[in-house]
Design a protein around this ligand. Sequence first.
Ligand SMILES: *Cc1c(COP(=O)(O)O)cnc(C)c1O
Length: 373
Amino acid sequence: MNYKIPLIKSSMPGYEEYCETIKEIWSSGRMSDNGILFTKLKKQLMALLDTKNLLLFSNGHSALECALHALPTKGEIITTPFTFASTTHAIVHSGFEPVFCDIDPKTMTIDASLIEGLISDRTVAILGVHVYGIPCNVYEIERIAKKYGLYVLYDAAHSFGTKYDEIDICNFGDISMFSFHSTKVFNTAEGGALCSHQDAIMDRAKRFRYFGFISKEDADVVGFNAKMSEFHAAMGLCNLRHLSEYILKRKRCSDTYDSRLSKLSCIDFPQYPSNLKRNYSYYPIILNEKSCISRDDLCNLLEKEGIQTRKYFYPLTTTFSCYNHKYDCYKLPVSQFIADNILCLPLHSELSIEDVDYICDCMIDILGPDNYV
Ligand SMILES: *Cc1c(COP(=O)(O)O)cnc(C)c1O
């Protein structure tokens, strides 16, 4: 279907700007494997994110898998099902057992008050997801992790460019993963990164990124190939120049949605902490019990008006057929409720305020002007 207003448009630099940047690939003759542009991007990102170690990957999912493989022991990982397939798949694929924790209804991130009840003598780590760029309860998670000697990993795929208490989000926990997929706030077309203060784990993750090679003639782990190419690094270098402009454009749209939709009593919004520098990566809304129609009906009616939305995240990853009912959801009522009632509205750096107004008009029409207070 061709939508009048698509959910997402990838942020892209001008064609000439990209061509100018990739010229360097022709002068160096090197398209991958720690090339010039790769090194430049890595340096710029390290400075921007104020991180001690940063590794670039071919995508965020591989980055997360390599991070998990790099942990010294296997066992259970406490995580949430309200996320993209990648988080759960990475845990299972790297030989860990996910233990699912419910989410907080306001932030939709892991409910830290439930974590201790799930810790066993097999627990190795906590893997939280900063959904929509909202930070997990990082201080409480840190306290629990210290008390029980656990690693803390964050799927920060949605969080690039955010700061919490003036600290870049990747500096919480032991390891954070960013995705630079084309739909994310900052993209390299496909790409991702790990950031960490843990030197030994990052060394191992780096070996997993490149076949496990420890020298020219030996591999000490059964690794992957998950390196970032020069063409992807070039896209990153260009997009990074425009990042603050992309975020500002998203903010304007997000503020317009806020000012109009906050008057609809049948919609709830996530709670963003006041000490958060946001990146406006998504615009999620939650239909509450006052709504006259279901989330699915709202999604279909908006589609009829040419507006593309996404049930993100629905369903919970625990329900995927590959997991064959292995993971019970009965202890996850909040996750279930949010997954059934959430809808992400279009938000990207090319979206016009006129389009946002049109979407708001349609929403108010559909959800009933009597709900508009
Ligand atoms: C996008 C995303 C990923 C995976 O990133 P890729 O770069 O597409 O592999 C992982 N987790 C979450 C929450 C995401 O949104």
